[in-house]
Every structure is written in structure tokens, then in C-alpha cells.
Design a protein around this ligand. Sequence first.
Ligand code: SF4
Length: 272
Amino acid sequence: MIITVVSGKGGAGKTSVAAALAHILPRERTILIDADVDTPNLALALGLNTPIGREDWVGTVVAEYVGGEPDPKICPFGAINEDGTVNELLCEGCGVCVKKYPNSYRLKNIKGAEILEYRWGNVPLITAELEPGRSGSGRIVTDIRTRADRIAEEENRDIQLIDAAAGRGCPVIASIRGADLAVLVVDNTPTGASDAEAVVPALKHFNVPFYFVVNRYDLAPERVDELTEKFKKAGGKHIGSVPYDSEILETYPLPAKRILQHINVEEILQMI
Ligand code: SF4
């Protein structure tokens, strides 16, 4: 059983909901995955500061200058300096320079992130932390999911809870793929609904049924009915509305019970 918590943007309350849901799952059967590798906060939300394992993720591809006539204009991303060397922070690894000047440039893998493993009690939590200047990619999410699959198999754990990357790009797709259920967190702000709405086509494409939670509903109560109707029409089931609570935002570990009292988790529990 794979449950993925998604939202249309960062700061919508996704990690808070994911951390709260972690409290209702049977600990001996569960593994947690924080796929939000741009800002992995699930460990912190659960009160964990120190990983028990660290490993470099050497999956970022960049070009390397090995000599010859420099041609900075060949790079569509402006990553080649006047002397021919490559600015690795700007390089997208597209390979254009290598194709044009195979004797001057070659592609190489460099460290793009660090994979981290925590234990929440006996529950494994797998995540990754990007190197400064690197962007999240679906590949790293896929890699941490593969690692989580391996641990789940070794430890006989059949429930995975994934805190997905925010937005709707490749890392989100990699977080949704294969999920049995998604919980969509809709932030009750002017742009929150449209951001969350953008995730729905991806859920439908992968046939992932979804529940939704409205976060900070009390900031604009007059908007909530319209918002819930919109996501019900899109096929979602409303399972809760969480009020704005500064203590939830400022307290670590997260006060899960304060969130759970606003979410109906019965159906989720029946499914696992
Ligand atoms: S691989 Fe692409 S982005 Fe990187 S330096 Fe070469 S042309 Fe530029």
C-alpha cells in the first residue's frame, strides 16, 4: 500500500499532513519516504535531527572541458566560460557541447545530493538533500524509492507513506507513480486551489484515487465550499479541513494530534 501526500506548491501544509498521517499507520509495517528533496522536512517534523546513514548520490551529469578551442556560444545555458571551462552550477548536462566538440568536452557524473536514512523509533525514513544549486529531479526520487523498496522488502514492511515533492514536475510524477492513494493538501489561499488543481491530471493519468484536505480553511471560510465542490467534482473525497494554527507551524516535533483531530482517517485505516 503506497500513500502519497501531494500539494500544488511548497508551504501548503503537505509535510504537516504527511507527518500527522505517519502517526496513524502501524509502525512495524510502515516505511516513510520524503521525496521533497528540495526541502526535506519530514524528519524534522517527526523530531529527528540525526540521520543514521548518509551516502552521496552521484547522478548529476555535467560537461567537463578537456582542451581545444573554446566556444562559449555553443552552450544554450551560458555555462561555458570564455576560457572553455564549464560552470557546473549552470550546466544542464544537455550534451550539446560534447556532440559538437567531442575532443574538447565530455560528460561526467558529479554529486548532486546526499541520501539520508533516519529511524523514527523502528520506522525507516528515507530522503535526500540536494547539493546547493542543484534542482530536484525525478531520477533522485526514483532512486530513493528504489532504496525504500529494498528496505521494505528486507524488513517486511508493506506500507509506504511518501511526502511528495511540491508542484507538478518530474519529482512529483516520480512520487505519484505506483501509488494506491493520494492525499492532496489544498491550501486555502487565492492561488492554493489552482496550484493543487494542477496536480489532479497527473493523479488521474496514473489512476491514483485521491482524498483531499483543505489547509488553513479559517483564513477565508467563505471560500471553502467552492473549493471543496471543485475538488469533489474532480473526483476527490474531502476528508478534513485544518485551521490555521501557529503552534503547528512552529512546534517540532509536529503536534500530530492537533492536525489529526481535523482529518477523518477512518477510510485510510480501513484500506491498509
Ligand atoms: S552539457 Fe549542455 S549545458 Fe552543459 S556545458 Fe555543454 S552545452 Fe552547456
